[in-house]
Design a protein around this ligand. Sequence first.
Ligand SMILES: Nc1ncnc2c1ncn2[C@@H]1O[C@H](COP(=O)(O)OP(=O)(O)OP(=O)(O)O)[C@@H](O)[C@H]1O
Length: 427
Amino acid sequence: MKNSDSIFADDVELIKDAEVLEEDYTPDKILCRDDALADFTDVLKPIYKGRPPQNAFLYGDTGVGKTAVTKYLRNKLVDDLERKNSNLPTDEQVTLNVIWINCENFTTGEHKTSSYQVAVGIVNRLREQGNRITGTGYAPQDVYDIMYSELDDLDGTILVVLDEVDKIGDDDTLLYELPRSRDMGYLEEVRVGVIGISNDYTFRKNLSPKVKDSLCETEIKFAPYDATELTQILSRRAELALYDSAYTKGIIDLVSSLAYKEASGSARRAIRLLRGSAEIAEGEGAEQIDETHVREADKKIEYGNIVESIADQDDEKLYILKGISHLDLVNKTPARTRTIHEAYSRVVRAYNEDGSKDPLTQRGMFNHLSKLVMFGFVNTIDRNKGASGGQWNEHEFSDDVDPGKVKEAYEGRGLDWKQIETRGVDR
Ligand SMILES: Nc1ncnc2c1ncn2[C@@H]1O[C@H](COP(=O)(O)OP(=O)(O)OP(=O)(O)O)[C@@H](O)[C@H]1O
């Protein structure tokens, strides 16, 4: 029986400031990143001094502080400039405009982000509502011209931060041109510095030499955190977010070591896990987070991650996973490739009743199935009945996947979960 009158209240509260555990919280202190902070400060120094800005490329795995460090230094630079300007006559003051663009936000459905869409994004960031431009209908050069004219209307220095810059895909015109825009004569009044942030190593490796020359003037690497570093970061967060009695040092160590092992040193994962554990403990009316709360929160996060990565697959792979789901539900897995092909074909037809899409051939489907094996969603079993019995492969879900998760992934993609007939599928 709860003490409170409301079903929304918990008897005990362990979280004193939930904002500190939010994704977009900018920490007041950056821990364990002295080298990156020093290198990045050097990149930004010229802006403070009113000199031409530099460009930099920040890279490292997900959740290792690239965005946090950038936001932290941006805030510091803005504050310090404000202080400096307050003692200077107007004509000697340094004006800084920061434009922060997350390139991920410009990926829609099938369409990858391109330089064009990011340029549209920059224009719209600088324009009032009602005067914004659409993402289609302009020739690319027109969009770039509009962007440069909007930028040139600003004053002083412009720092363009392109977070998740790898989402820009193959069309990297902007990454080449923007850092050189003044040299190329596109801008006369202002100077632009570009900061690219990415967790995609392949993207970095494959950047064209001319982009490497301009954008990657300075490269700053963010290595994964080790368990001790995660403990430091997490202890600071816990201090601010939780009541002292809500956790022990042992719990912080456990959360850090799980995030270290399961998410290759991601501080994001560690913070999420701490938050999940606190919420589960609160829900149970516990006075303190214990190991079972952490383990349960960990399972929940893992579950969510797998559903998310299933939902990220392309249509063919989603059809195959649904085909295997229906076979699994009637105990017909492990199944031979031809059986999976039949189930997959039924799924394709069910979702494309107008005939707009035909199933791939068995060989075509097999290429996608092999990728699903490579990604760890599906296991392959080798059947070998000796010289006379023949040899073939069978497939089933790996331990991480089940029909429930595939169904949730479909729902996450806004797709109905249609019933599929499995009778006669293995003839
Ligand atoms: N050194 C640090 N000190 C304090 N908090 C940190 C530190 N590093 C990361 N964090 C926190 O961890 C979380 C993830 O960090 P951040 O968003 O900066 O990761 P990222 O490297 O930009 O990841 P992604 O590539 O996925 O965008 C944030 O809540 C951030 O505040």
